[in-house]
Each structure stands twice: as C-alpha cells, then as structure tokens.
Design a protein around this ligand. Structure first.
Ligand SMILES: Cc1cc2nc3c(=O)[nH]c(=O)nc-3n(C[C@H](O)[C@H](O)[C@H](O)COP(=O)(O)OP(=O)(O)OC[C@H]3O[C@@H](n4cnc5c(N)ncnc54)[C@H](O)[C@@H]3O)c2cc1C
Length: 468
C-alpha cells in the first residue's frame, strides 16, 4: 500500500459520500438540484452501480411503488426521476399501458444505473478506508484506495470535506454454524445474495435445501420450483420462524414508513424504541402476499400429474450445526423446538436466505473515536436530521443513511423514505429548505400529541463553503 502513488483531491468538498447504493445515489441526485450548487464527491468501491444483482430473478418486483424512486417523493420535477428515465428510453407509453405500480427489480437497477452513468461527482472503483477529523483545517480527511479492474488496490488518495455522509448499506449474513461450508469450494452452499450466479450449479444438484422464510427465501424457493420437474422437485424449504408469514402491507400498516412515524419513533425513549423494533418484524421481514400466492399456485400446478410435489416446507426448524459428508454432500443437524425433536438432513446444495446485517461503521470511523457519542447499548447516537452526535469541538457533520434503525425505526432501509431522508439531510446541510417538506404524511396520528412539522432544522446548518 505504501508503494502506491497518492492522489490528493485539493479542493475541500461541501459533502463527501461513502458508498453509492440507492441511499447515497438519491442524495447525490437531489444535491445536484440544490440552488447555488454544492461541491460533492461520492466514492463507491464497486466498478459500477449494481443493486442486489444476485437476486434480480425474472419477474421479481420492488415491494414499493415506482414513486419511491431516487427523487420523486422529495422532488417530482427532478431530472433524475424514474419517469424521466422511461422517457429517455422512449418507454413511457408501454409503461402507461402496463399499469404496474410495482416495477421489476431489474428495471429499478437499470434506472439507478442510468442515473449513476449520467450524474457528475460519482467515483466508482474507490474504496474508502478511513475518515478522520483534522482540527487544524477543520475538515474531515477521507482516505480512499482506487481499485483496479479485479479489485486490487492501485492508488491511494485523500479527499477533504466539510461534511461526510455514510451510505454503506448492509452485507449478507451467514449463521455461525454454516460459515465453514460457505467458504468450502467443494460444496454448493451459497448465500441468496449470490443466487443467480450459482443457480446453474444449484439446479444441477439432486437435492436442494433453502433456509430462511423472508422474501429472498420465498423467491429462491419459487424459482427453483418453477425449474424442477413436477413430482421430482427434491427441495426442502426450512425456516426457524414459526410460520411462512406474510409481510404487513395494509394501507394503514404502511404508514409506519412515513416521515410522521419516523419523527414519532425518534422522539421515543431509547428503551421503548429497542422494544418496538423486534415487535415490528412483520412490517419488513415477512413474505409479500403475491409471492406466497405464486408459490401456492406453482405447488398446485405440480399436483396436476396426480401426485404431491416432492417439496418439504417446514417452519419452526433451527439448523443447529452443519458439516460436509463425502466430498460434495452436506449434512444439516436440525431441531424442531415445538416438538423437542432432532434430525439430520442430507442435501446436495444449500441456499442460505438468512438475511443481511448493517455494515458496522466502526472500522471506517475509528479515526473519529474520541468525538463520537454512544447510547447505553454502545450504538452511535443520531439526531433527527440523521447527523451523528459528535463532540462540539467538531464543526463538520457526519450524516448516516440506512444505519439508524435504532434511532429512526424500521423505515431506515425502506426505499419509500430514501428521497425524503436525502432531502432532510440537504435541508439540514444548507440550513435552507431547497426541498420543502410536507407538514403531514399519515392519516394515523402516532402518539397523543402529534408534532406538526417542523421540517426546517432547529439546529444550525452544517458548514458549507458558500451560502446557498
Ligand atoms: C434483494 C433485496 C431487495 C430489496 N427490495 C426492496 C424493496 O423492494 N423495497 C424497499 O423498500 N427495500 C428493499 N430492499 C432494502 C433496501 O432498500 C436495499 O437493500 C437498498 O439497497 C439499501 O440501499 P443503501 O444505499 O442503504 O445500501 P446498499 O444498496 O447496500 O449500498 C451500499 C453501497 O456502499 C458500498 N460501500 C460499502 N462500504 C464502502 C466503502 N468503505 N467504500 C466505498 N463503498 C462502500 C457498497 O459497495 C454498496 O454498493 C431490498 C433489499 C434486498 C437485499
């Protein structure tokens, strides 16, 4: 690393972003429209924009309407909207007649790529390694490594910023018991995030086990079922949860994904927030009812030959441990708690639809340790404007996107709140309201004394080079 030439981006930026997923891409797109302009740079370690490429299964759709694109819910007139993308592709009329509110996941990915290909200030193939505060210059120093085509480090560099925004998202989670198998090349044990790359290998196996009852597990099970011969499916779908439960999608239930609910949640005591989040699992962890219906339809179709499908769907099962047998087979040691029963399942391939975990910001922010403030569980404290609470000595701000479930609730990863959060950050950053916010967003009044507004920040704005 020390042998690498160093690139110094001389001019300090108003805002440097780390990661370019939908969250920071939304912020970059809305920042592009701030009157007077903002000096921004966003760094992304991947070569190109890519959104969950391993799960862009044919026919899979977004779970939010297309209005939850990168900008529309904050600024319907933005040049970076999904409708503008369709117009650029001359596809507005087909979309209009298709009458689909829920667009294909592959189409959302293509739309975001169009934005990322055309928006200035995005640096792909750049991994950010560290963020520090320099009290002398009163700037953040953001160290990055420019990566080559194969991801190898090529050039070290540093950017300077008055403010920083973290949008590093989440990473696939593999339970402890299964970790050694995922790294073993001889067995087909893959996380669902790599499903499409591994699908041919998995389908070539005689028996397949899917683990996990969320949306990803359901989509993988359905895709495998559709590709197996009726009567010879040889699939197990197992889940630790007590049922293959539908995701809450009622219209009042969806109001938990509004700015009103986010504000209400943020104002609750820490202990109450911590008790609430796990109780709200069905708002985001279940399976979309349409996918459940498609699975049932497909299973029914597989009975038309006269027999039952060779598919075992069992909830309430925990994988205690797992091991390799012979060279290519896997033995899963299972427990059914309600029955107090244990058994072994031998399978040829495992797809782990075991979810994702927030990427811990700790390593990136290690250089800020003396300035960071934590809650009673050691998590970063985040104010209502998505700013980390820092020692007052630090005059810049560090914003977070999609790392604030503990302070802002289950809407943190939701695409329906992405544009609104990005707009809230820009309003806070500039101290003005380039994106005026609605005073009310839900019919439900969360809490006894519903706060009205305020959308203009009640704290001083972040430091900028110019007054916007
Ligand atoms: C399969 C799937 C489908 C989903 N569908 C929906 C849906 O329909 N509706 C919905 O509301 N939500 C959905 N979600 C949830 C959520 O909206 C998405 O996961 C979304 O991608 C979150 O965006 P993000 O920008 O926060 O993070 P990510 O998309 O994870 O992007 C973070 C980016 O940061 C980069 N990065 C990380 N560390 C660094 C570093 N040190 N330097 C440089 N770059 C770095 C990563 O490479 C990555 O590209 C879905 C999630 C999954 C997994």
């Amino acid at each position: 690393m020390t042998a690498m030439p160093a690139t110094e981006l001389d001019q300090p930026h108003d805002l440097v972003g780390i990661g370019v997923g939908p969250a920071n891409l939304s912020l970059a797109a809305l920042a592009d429209g701030v009157p007077g302009g903002l000096a921004t740079a966003f760094f992304e370690q991947r070569r190109n924009f890519s959104w969950h490429s391993g799960l862009l299964i044919d026919g899979a759709t977004l779970q939010v309407p297309f209005l939850a694109d990168l900008v529309t819910l904050a600024d319907p007139a933005s040049p970076w909207s999904f409708l503008r993308y369709l117009r650029s592709r001359e596809r507005l009329y087909p979309f209009y007649f298709a009458q689909n509110f829920h667009i294909h996941r592959a189409e959302y990915d293509a739309y975001c790529r169009w934005v990322s290909d055309n928006l200035p200030g995005l640096h792909f193939g750049h991994r950010v390694d560290a963020v520090r505060w320099n009290p002398g210059t009163e700037l953040f120093e953001v160290d990055f490594t420019q990566l080559g085509l194969d991801g190898e480090p090529e050039t070290a560099g540093r950017a300077h910023a008055r403010n920083v925004v973290l949008g590093v998202g989440s990473e696939p989670y593999v339970p402890e018991a299964l970790r050694p198998l995922v790294s073993s090349p001889s067995v087909a044990v893959v996380h669902s995030s790599d499903y499409l790359d591994s699908r041919d290998r998995v389908l070539a196996c005689e028996h397949v086990t899917v683990i996990g009852s969320g949306q990803s597990g359901a989509e993988v099970f359905l895709d495998l079922l559709r590709r197996r011969t009726p009567g010879a499916e040889a699939i197990h779908w197992l889940s630790r949860t007590e049922s293959f439960a539908p995701m809450e999608y009622s219209k009042l239930g969806l109001e938990h994904f509004t700015p009103d609910y986010t504000r209400y949640f943020h104002a609750l005591p820490e202990q109450t927030r911590d008790e609430l989040v796990p109780r709200q699992w069905q708002l985001h962890k279940g399976i979309d009812a349409g996918t459940i219906a498609a699975i049932h339809d497909e299973l029914y179709r597989h009975t038309l030959h006269g027999g039952w499908p060779d598919a075992v769907i069992t909830p309430g099962v925990t994988v205690r441990t797992a091991g390799r047998i012979a060279t290519t087979k896997v033995e899963l040691h299972l427990e059914h708690r309600q029955q107090s029963a244990r058994s072994c399942l031998t399978t040829d391939a495992v797809v782990l639809a075991t979810g994702y975990r927030d990427r811990p910001p700790g390593p990136l922010l290690a250089g800020l340790t003396p300035y960071l403030r934590h809650d009673s569980s050691g998590r970063l404290r985040v104010d209502s404007d998505y700013r980390l609470i820092l020692d007052s000595e630090v005059t810049g701000s560090v914003y977070v996107q999609n790392a604030e479930t503990h302070t802002h609730g289950v809407g943190a990863p939701d695409l329906g709140l992405t544009a609104w959060r990005a707009a809230a950050i820009l309003n806070s950053l500039t101290g003005k309201a380039p994106y005026p916010m609605p005073r009310r967003t839900a019919f439900t009044s969360f809490g006894m004394n519903r706060p009205v507004g305020p959308e203009l920040p009640d704290r001083p704005p972040a430091r900028l080079a110019r007054t916007t």
